[in-house]
Design a protein around this ligand. Structure first.
Ligand code: DLL
Length: 433
C-alpha cells in the first residue's frame, strides 16, 4: 500500500517544483536565522536570492560534521527553544555530540516519512511491531516508534538489550514486525533458535532494518532464520534520523522522501557534484526542517540514485544500498576495500556463520589483513584437513574478489562479540594506534 499517493507518485517535474520552492524557503530561513550559515554565505557574497534553480544549490558550501560539532549545543537552531518539542543527538564517538531540535511540524513530517517507508515494507495498522532499536538520544527507537504509531500499528517499545526478555515479549505479545539493526535482529534470531522459538510459536513476518548496512547475504541469513521478509531504511540524525528513504517490497533501492530531502551525489575525491546515477558520496539538504535546517550536509555514505520507475507504483527516486562510508573504507596495501565487500565474500561459504571481525595492522611498511570467522559447528575444529580446506577456500575467495591476501582465522561458534545495544563494530584498524 502507498501511504501517501499524492506525494509518492508525482511526476519528476512536480517533485522538482516542490523541491525548489522548499529549497528557497529553507535557504532564506537558514540565512536569516542561523549565524553560521549567514557567515558562510557572506564570506562568498552569496545571498538567498541567488538560489533560483535546483542547480543553484551548488553555489552553497558543504556542511560537515565538524561544522555541526563546532556549534554545540544550539548554535544551528533556527527556532527558539519554546518552539522545540524534542532534542536528539548524534552518536559522536569522539568529542561533543551534535544536537538537533525538532518543532511540532518537524515531528509531524518525521512521522509521515516513517509511515511511508513502513507501508512500503507491507506494514499495516493490523501489525504489532516490536522495536529493538535503542531509545534515548539515538533517533532509531523514537523515530520508528512515532511513525508506526501514526499508522495505528501496535508498538512494543522494548528497546535494545535484555535479549531473553525480548524473545518473551515477541512470543507472548504476538509481534508480527521486528524493527532494529540487522546485527541485533540476527543475534535475536540465533537466541530464538537456541530456545526453540520457531515459526508457530512466533508470528513475525516482516523485518524493518536500518541504522547500519548489511549485505544481501546477511539479509538472506536473517530472513531464513526468522522466516520473515526484510526491508531496510536509511537516515541520519543530522537531517532527521530514520525516514530519509526506505525500501519497498520490490527490493530495488530505497525510495527517497523527495519532498523532505534534496539529494546530490558528489565525487569522493574532487568533491564536485556528479551525475547522481553514478556512485559517490551522498549530500543532503533538508527541505522542511524548521528546528535545525541543514544545507548540503556531506553524509560520507556511498550510494547512487536510480530514477527508473519502480514496479510498486511509487515514482520517488531510489538510493542504492549504502556501499559503505568514506571514512570506513580501508586502504590495504593500496587497495580500497569496503567492509561490506568482505562480508559478501564470507557469507555464503559453507560451515561458517554470519559473525566475523576484521583486523588491519601494519608490520614495517606492510599492511596485514586478518579476518576472524566463526564456525557454525565446533566439531570441525578437530578435523585438521577440513579446516585447512575451508581456510584456503575463504582466502581464495577474498583474493579473487578483493585482490588482497588475508590471514583467515576460524574460531569456535559463539566466541565473537555480539552487538546487543547499538550498531555492529566489526572492523578494527590497528594501524594508527
Ligand atoms: O542510524 C538513523 C537511523 C536509525 C536510520 C534507524 C535508520 C533506522 P545515526 O546514528 O546518525 O542515525 O547514523 C547515521 O548510519 O550516515 C549511515 O552511515 C548509517 N546508516 C543508517 N541507515 C543505514 C542503512 C541513524 N540502511 C549513519 N544502510 C548513516 C547503511 C546506514 N548505513
Amino acid at each position: 500500500m502507498i501511504w501517501n499517493p499524492e506525494r509518492e507518485t508525482l511526476k519528476r517535474k512536480e517533485y522538482e517544483e516542490i523541491q525548489l520552492e522548499r529549497l528557497k524557503w529553507t535557504v532564506k530561513r537558514a540565512y536569516e536565522r542561523v549565524p553560521f550559515y549567514k557567515k558562510r554565505f557572506d564570506e562568498i557574497g552569496l545571498k538567498p536570492e541567488h538560489i533560483q534553480t535546483l542547480k543553484d544549490i551548488e553555489k552553497i558550501p558543504y556542511t560537515s560534521k565538524a561544522d555541526l560539532r563546532e556549534n554545540y549545543p544550539f548554535g544551528l537552531f533556527a527556532e527558539p527553544m519554546d518552539k522545540i518539542v524534542r532534542l536528539h543527538a548524534s552518536s559522536g564517538t569522539t568529542g561533543k555530540p551534535v544536537v538537533f531540535g525538532y518543532t511540532k511540524n518537524d515531528m509531524d513530517t518525521w512521522k509521515e516519512n516513517i509511515s511511508r517507508l513502513a507501508a512500503a515494507a507491507g506494514v499495516t495498522h493490523n501489525d504489532v511491531a516490536q522495536i529493538v532499536f535503542g531509545y534515548g538520544m539515538f533517533t532509531g527507537g523514537f523515530g520508528l516508534h512515532q511513525g508506526l504509531e501514526n499508522m495505528g500499528v501496535t508498538v512494543i517499545p522494548s528497546s535494545a538489550g535484555n535479549s531473553e526478555r525480548q524473545l518473551m515479549f515477541l512470543e507472548d505479545f504476538g509481534a508480527t514486525v521486528i524493527v532494529g539493526t540487522p546485527s541485533y535482529v540476527l543475534h535475536l534470531a540465533e537466541l530464538a533458535q537456541e530456545k526453540g522459538l520457531t515459526r508457530g510459536r512466533h508470528k513475525l513476518r516482516v523485518g524493518l532494518f536500518g541504522g547500519e548496512g548489511h549485505t544481501a547475504e546477511m539479509r538472506q541469513q536473517i530472513e531464513r532464520q526468522w522466516g520473515i521478509e526484510c526491508t531496510e531504511n536509511y537516515g541520519l540524525t543530522e537531517v532527521q534520523g530514520p525516514g530519509v528513504s526506505g525500501e519497498c517490497l520490490e527490493h530495488c533501492g530505497m525510495h527517497i522522501n523527495e519532498d523532505s530531502f534534496l539529494y546530490e551525489i558528489i565525487d569522493r575525491n574532487t568533491l564536485q557534484p556528479i551525475n547522481p546515477e553514478e556512485e559517490g558520496e551522498l549530500v543532503l539538504t533538508t527541505l522542511t526542517k524548521e528546528g535545525v535546517p541543514v544545507l548540503r550536509y556531506r553524509t560520507k555514505d556511498i550510494t547512487s540514485i536510480d530514477f527508473a520507475p519502480c514496479k510498486c507504483g511509487r515514482t520517488t527516486a531510489r538510493m542504492s544500498k549504502i556501499k559503505g562510508r568514506t571514512d570506513d573504507m580501508l586502504i590495504i596495501r593500496g587497495v580500497n576495500v569496503f567492509p561490506s565487500q568482505i562480508e559478501s565474500a564470507l557469507l555464503g561459504t559453507p560451515h561458517i556463520g554470519p559473525h566475523y571481525e576484521i583486523y588491519v595492522s601494519r608490520k614495517g611498511y606492510m599492511d596485514k589483513l586478518e579476518i576472524k570467522v566463526e564456525l557454525l559447528d565446533s566439531s570441525l575444529l578437530e578435523k585438521y584437513s577440513e579446516l585447512e580446506r575451508l581456510t584456503k577456500m575463504i582466502r581464495d575467495k577474498i583474493k579473487s574478489n578483493l585482490l588482497i591476501d588475508a590471514t583467515i582465522t576460524l574460531v569456535e561458534p559463539k566466541t565473537l562479540e555480539r552487538f546487543v545495544t547499538g550498531k555492529a563494530h566489526r572492523v578494527h584498524d590497528l594501524r594508527n594506534q
